[in-house]
Design a protein around this ligand. Structure first.
Ligand SMILES: NC(=O)C1=CN([C@@H]2O[C@H](COP(=O)(O)OP(=O)(O)OC[C@H]3O[C@@H](n4cnc5c(N)ncnc54)[C@H](OP(=O)(O)O)[C@@H]3O)[C@@H](O)[C@H]2O)[C@@H](O)CC1
Ligand SMILES: Nc1ncnc2c1ncn2[C@@H]1O[C@H](COP(=O)(O)OP(=O)(O)O)[C@@H](O)[C@H]1O
Ligand SMILES: [K+]
Length: 537
């Protein structure tokens, strides 16, 4: 592509960008490599060294302008908040390009003084050379597009003073329904963790990540603050630098969905046992076992800890088989089944855990099962030892359960979800599914994955039980792999289950503003699974 003229006078950005590269929406289907601030800096320095001077900033600014125009196709007025560093430089190049495209562009600068870095200074000079000036915040007019080019990779303290005032103005635009496009990342959001730096943080409707995307856009508060996330690769390939995390994809979901061959029978898909359902919490075991059957487990048995003797049959799901509370640990059973343990297990589950942990070939440990392990160092040691005995484990904690297992507070887990999940995976030698917005799937041998699907319709009782059961069902129906890859099969089932669980909430009928009742989630999971298989064709 030829370089765009950068201002009304006709001054042009030097001819350094043969192409601005690709802009893609990271919408949950495609997956992506994610880079922490530190590794993004490595990518940036390699890209800078391989590019002509100013080329990257030119591409970045043009990409911002291009996406901005697409977001406000009938717009003619833009306001850009420009910070002191290279993020501001990107905003200045975008400002120039929009002006050239016929837009009325106002910019407000803050924090610059005379110390702009060289590329940003060059962008500022080009903007000025084209007749551009700066507008005081009080004089900012209505606009159809607002751009946050205040801070990007270089932010390490919360915005204050005039910067905070610009953040507040951007958020006024957002509340008024104007698209707010954050350059690289929303100002005030920590890219590594998805946590706000302080009280002043941009709520963007769209974020255009540049060169690489940060994990914090997808987990914690990231999804609420970053809006729809796009990536401009600036015609660079970051793959020489190892990513810090990956974004899981529809392909990950499909890999965990086995095909059914004509000659297979129910015995081909493994037996699965759900152990949970203490008195008053039988529903959790029912939801998990229904989900396991729906996901494809061959035969599903349920032992309810709260049932005196044998649990009553599930009238809506007569396919499920009830067994008394100890049948699951009969000799030879645990060694071949997938055990989903803990859903509504209450305190009673603790007594069952030594056998479950010592012998279950495939163990999904959820809810009260996790709490019991957290309370007993002996169980914790036994859990961590499973891997050396070729027994595979998936843990599915929500943040409070993870905090108990790590011996810290929920706030500490949420402050760095990626780190918490990885620490727990190493401590337990298990695949860890740290639930919540941007669920993390961590394991000792792999770069952690962040799940991009799902929404707050899942914030309702029982949706975690459905996830545990569905995960177990997928895992059960996978053929037993050679020992060396057993752990990877567990991870694959976890990635797939988590992705589909989120997608189910997106495709389920009903009011998106209302919770999705957990029993309806099972049907939505089947639909999500079907759509995901179909989308590969
Ligand atoms: N180089 C290139 O060609 C390319 C660069 N790219 C772009 O560069 C961005 C990274 O640029 P950057 O390193 O300059 O960091 P950035 O976030 O703009 O600002 C740092 C400045 O802000 C200041 N500051 C920090 N916090 C503050 C606060 N709360 N309130 C006030 N000031 C605060 C801080 O000052 P300090 O605290 O250090 O004194 C420093 O002066 C990246 O995100 C991407 O957009 C890409 O397009 C690729 C091409
Ligand atoms: N706001 C949200 N966005 C995305 N997923 C969510 C959200 N809230 C909850 N979830 C998902 O819903 C499930 C809730 O699990 P959990 O807290 O264990 O519930 P329960 O124990 O009631 O079944 C998890 O998979 C979690 O990731
Ligand atoms: K920004």
């Amino acid at each position: 592509m030829s370089p765009l003229p950068c201002a009304q006078s006709g001054a042009t950005v030097p001819n350094v960008a043969a192409s601005i590269g690709r802009i893609t929406r990271l919408d949950g289907s495609s997956g992506a490599a994610l880079y922490s601030n530190a590794s993004a800096r490595v990518v940036e320095s390699l890209a800078l060294a391989a590019s002509p001077p100013f080329a990257l900033m030119q591409r970045a600014g043009l990409a911002v302008a291009r996406l901005g125009q697409a977001l406000a196709p009938h717009g003619r007025r833009a306001w850009i908040a420009v910070g002191p560093g290279n993020n501001g430089g990107d905003g200045l190049v975008a400002a120039a390009a929009l002006r050239q495209a016929g837009w009325h562009v106002q910019i407000t600068t803050c924090g610059a003084g005379t110390n702009r870095p060289p590329d940003a200074l060059r962008a500022w000079q080009l903007w000025q050379d084209g007749g551009g000036g700066a507008t005081e915040l009080a004089d900012v007019e209505q606009a159809e597009l607002a751009i946050d080019a205040l801070l990007g990779l270089g932010q390490h303290r919360a915005p204050e003073g005039e910067m905070a005032a610009c953040v507040a103005r951007l958020n006024d635009f957002q509340r008024a329904g104007v698209p707010v496009l954050a350059v690289d990342q929303p100002t005030g959001l920590l890219g590594d963790t998805g946590q706000p730096l302080g009280h002043s943080v941009v709520v963007a409707t769209h974020t255009l990540a540049l060169l690489t995307a940060r994990p914090g856009l997808f987990t914690g508060d990231g999804r609420d603050l970053a809006g729809h996330i796009w990536l401009a690769d600036l015609a660079c390939d970051p793959s020489a630098t190892p990513p810090s995390a990956t974004l899981s994809s529809a392909d990950d979901a499909r890999r965990g969905l086995p095909m059914r061959q004509h000659q297979q029978h129910k015995g081909s898909f493994g037996d699965l046992w759900v152990l949970g359902g203490a008195r008053g919490m039988g529903g959790a075991a029912h939801l998990a076992s229904r989900a396991a059957l729906a996901a494809g487990a061959g035969r599903v048995y349920v032992s309810e800890l709260g049932a005196d003797g044998q649990a009553p049959a599930d009238p809506c799901w007569p396919e499920l088989m009830q067994r008394d509370a100890h049948a699951w640990c009969a000799p030879g059973v645990l060694e071949r089944i997938t055990l989903v343990c803990g859903c509504g297990g209450g305190e009673a589950v603790a007594a069952e855990l030594p056998a479950a942990i010592a012998r279950a070939a495939r163990l999904v440990l959820d809810a009260d099962g996790l709490n019991a392990v957290a309370a007993d160092p002996t169980l914790m040691r036994a859990l961590a030892a499973r891997r050396d005995q070729a027994l595979s484990t998936v843990l599915t904690p929500h943040p409070l359960e993870a905090a108990r297992l790590l011996g810290c507070s929920t706030a500490e887990v949420q402050a760095d979800r990626l780190a918490a999940a990885q620490t727990l995976a190493h401590k337990t030698q298990a695949v860890v599914v740290l639930k919540g917005s941007g669920t993390i799937v961590a394991s000792p041998d792999n770069v952690p994955a962040i799940n991009p699907t799902g929404n707050a319709r899942l914030a309702t009782p029982g949706s975690g039980d459905v996830l545990a059961g569905w995960l177990g069902g997928l895992w059960s129906s996978q053929a037993a792999p050679p020992t060396a890859s057993a752990h990877q099969t567990a991870r694959q089932a976890a990635l797939s289950a988590v992705w589909l669980h989120g997608r189910a909430a997106e495709v389920a009928p009903g009011d998106p503003g209302l919770p999705l009742p957990a029993h309806e989630l099972i049907q939505a999971l089947q639909r999500a699974s079907h759509l995901t298989r179909q989308s590969a064709r």
